[in-house]
Design a binder for this molecule. Sequence first.
Ligand SMILES: [Fe+2]
Length: 269
Amino acid sequence: MTPAETSAHPETSTPDGSDPRCIPHKMTGPLPVGAECRYPNYSAEEQDVWKTLYARMETLLPGRAADEYLTGLHTLDLERDRIPALADVSRKLERCTGWRICRTPGLLDAHDFFSYLANRVFPSTDYIRARSELDYTPAPDCFHDIFGHTPMIVHPRFADFYQKIGQAALACRDAATETELTRIYWFTVEFGLIRNPAGLRIYGNGIISSSGETQHCLTDKVTKIPYTPERLGAQPYDIWHFQDPLFVIDSFDQLEQEFVRWSRERGLL
Ligand SMILES: [Fe+2]
């Protein structure tokens, strides 16, 4: 899941604004959390879309995905042949980093989304894209949310950083700082790269849940820039094309420490 923002939100709009999955939900009551999330009655076709997506990414990720992501995926032991139950993933995450999962009906209003992050709860969808959208969907779905996002939340420093993004977002009082923070979110949580001992690797969930981005992002066609929150905050993004440039962290310690510094300088943490 990605926060719903104002005009430039990455998962809020289709070119003609017609996709109802892309309209942010404003909560009217608490969402089901952890064991309260019921397992939907998925069709065989929906289960097969998950299986197809998982099998495809499993062949692409070795040598491309960050060691930390692969460790998280291994720890969560997500089912390959069946859409995992949010309640199960939540229970496993809680054991690792104290995070839980709530079930959201679609894209969440930004304030609601960041409120959950600030409380170490990750809002996840439980529906899956259509087979015609295997390569790309502008809407959040559970392959993006579960396969893309949850393995990184197993990592303790990433988990802390993710909570602080939520806390800092709730403290934002001006539109310019909100824009910077949304860009930081985009170029780290969704599209971040890390320097692992064996080379550049992907930890961004928006890349990991897209076979096209995964194959493209480490090539010479993409400019790679060292991470600083100031530089990311100044970089607009384009949701309709492959991302260029991308930003590289040295470690999740650096990611968190630099973000905390940036946030404190702005009175957000
Ligand atoms: Fe996302």
